[in-house]
Design a protein around this ligand. Structure first.
Ligand code: TMP
Ligand code: ASP
Length: 237
């Protein structure tokens, strides 16, 4: 395993640490193996998850950049380190759903597996103390965390990113059920930030419909490491 970065740690999240670099406008994301669920009530580790999430994120950010979607990605530096632009994160989690699953099924009593077309976009207010509540545009305006223009842009980018990722995963025999995005502001511009990985997406194998993502950890389904390695193989192999 590679050692920890040389810079000063700016922030430690549940799955990543952020370090300074020599440049004030760039930071280093260090991907950990720590896994949490249900607002950190459940904790564990997934061996080599950090390596998988770093490499999968690199592949997907590169793909999105090629399709004209701005991201914070600059370069993957090592197994667990990614160099990124230093953004100010918008405290909104943007969830894009193509298939009913997870909290949507539970909240509205819908059957898991039903197709949603066109995709459904949801906003969650990023606040651990509140448990990241589901909010609408009016709530976010009230909280003063995003202007109507920024909300519109995040919604548009959510659909655009989905239009790139859905066929990409289909080619790899994976159904992209849903995923979570975070955006940041860099030089007055909204860009995609954070990561896109089996921690932040639901993928089902096209044939068996088996989960190939963090749901295996959330629901104690076993073969967690194997699923992450399989995603790495299909996405980057
Ligand atoms: P949900 O069905 O639990 O609301 O999750 C929707 C998507 O968002 C799913 O792909 C997992 C992802 N997600 C995160 O990345 N972080 C979180 O904290 C949660 C709750 C979900
Ligand atoms: N990352 C989240 C947490 O622990 C939850 C999840 O991904 O399910 O709070």
């Amino acid at each position: 395993m590679t050692g920890e970065p040389a810079g000063t740690m700016l922030y430690e999240g549940k799955a990543k640490k952020i370090f300074t670099t020599e440049r004030p406008d760039q930071v280093l994301q260090y991907f950990k193996d720590d896994a949490t669920a249900f607002n950190a009530q459940k904790r564990g580790t997934i061996a080599d998850k950090g390596v998988v999430n770093n490499k999968v994120s690199e592949r997907l950010f590169t793909l999105l950049e090629q399709q004209g979607i701005p991201t914070h990605f600059i370069q993957r530096l090592s197994d667990r380190e990614m160099l990124t632009k230093k953004v100010t994160i918008v405290p909104v989690e943007v969830v894009v759903r193509n298939v009913v699953a997870g909290s949507l099924a539970k909240r509205l009593g819908l059957t898991e597996g039903a197709i949603i077309d066109p995709a459904l976009i949801e906003f969650y207010y990023k606040d651990d103390a509140l448990g990241d509540p589901l909010v609408n545009d009016d709530h976010l305006r009230l909280l003063n965390v995003a202007t109507p223009a920024v909300l519109r842009e995040m919604r548009d980018l959510g659909h655009k990113i989905n239009a790139v990722l859905l066929p990409f995963f289909k080619q790899r025999r994976m159904l992209l059920v849903d995923f979570k995005l975070e955006f940041g502001v860099f030089h007055n511009r909204l860009i995609l930030a954070d990561e896109i990985s089996p921690d932040t997406c639901r993928f089902w194998d096209q044939t068996t419909k088996e989960s190939m993502d963090k749901d295996r950890f959330r629901k104690d389904l076993g073969k967690i490491e194997e699923a992450y390695q399989e995603v790495l193989k299909r996405v980057c192999g």
